[in-house]
Design a binder for this molecule. Structure first.
Ligand code: ADP
Ligand code: MG
Length: 151
């Protein structure tokens, strides 16, 4: 487990970029935290760190946004509005958890039972005017990512 102080938005983006360098395909990352805690901001740093040059918005209504990037496919989920985990089955999400994919999941609690277990959990929380992030690995792969993460 590692804890990070994120004093401003740029720090949250930077942590996402550092994660992009440490990750490899075939990773499932869960993002926990209240509304406004910085989940999408961190995702933006991560997706842009992997080579995406456009905007990264939370797919609140479409549930998932795909990014086909060099060497890796990224699926960014926001399940806040998901009413039933079964909806994910209808979307065919099992195909998204392949060896060449990275899955970033905001509000994974809403998809319990359908989503695969995470390799790494990123828990974001308000901390004064800034945020803090606690990263907890739940697999060997997650532990390796955390070891490689340079900050
Ligand atoms: P979430 O996806 O968790 O709902 P967002 O990533 O959309 O949250 O972020 C909400 C707001 O918090 C944004 O306005 C963003 O600029 C701000 N923010 C992100 N990280 C930090 C930080 N470390 N300190 C202060 N504000 C932050
Ligand atoms: Mg969000």
């Amino acid at each position: 487990m590692r804890e990070f102080e994120l004093k401003d938005e740029a720090a949250t983006v930077a942590l996402g970029q550092a994660l992009a360098k440490a990750l490899e395909p075939g990773t499932v990352l869960h993002l926990l935290g209240d509304l406004g805690a910085g989940k999408t901001t961190l995702s933006r740093g991560l997706v842009q760190g992997l080579g995406h040059s456009g905007a990264v918005k939370s797919p609140t209504y479409t549930l998932v946004e795909p990014y086909d990037l060099p060497g890796i496919k990224v699926y960014h989920f926001d399940l806040y509005r998901l009413s039933d985990p079964e909806e994910l089955e209808f979307m065919g999400v099992r195909d998204y958890f392949g060896k060449d994919c990275l899955c970033l999941i905001e509000w994974p609690q809403k998809g319990e039972g359908v989503l695969p277990p995470p390799d790494l959990v990123v828990a974001l929380a308000y901390d004064g005017a800034g945020r803090k992030a606690v990263l907890e690995p739940l697999s060997d792969q997650g532990a390796q990512i955390l070891e490689r993460l340079s900050w």
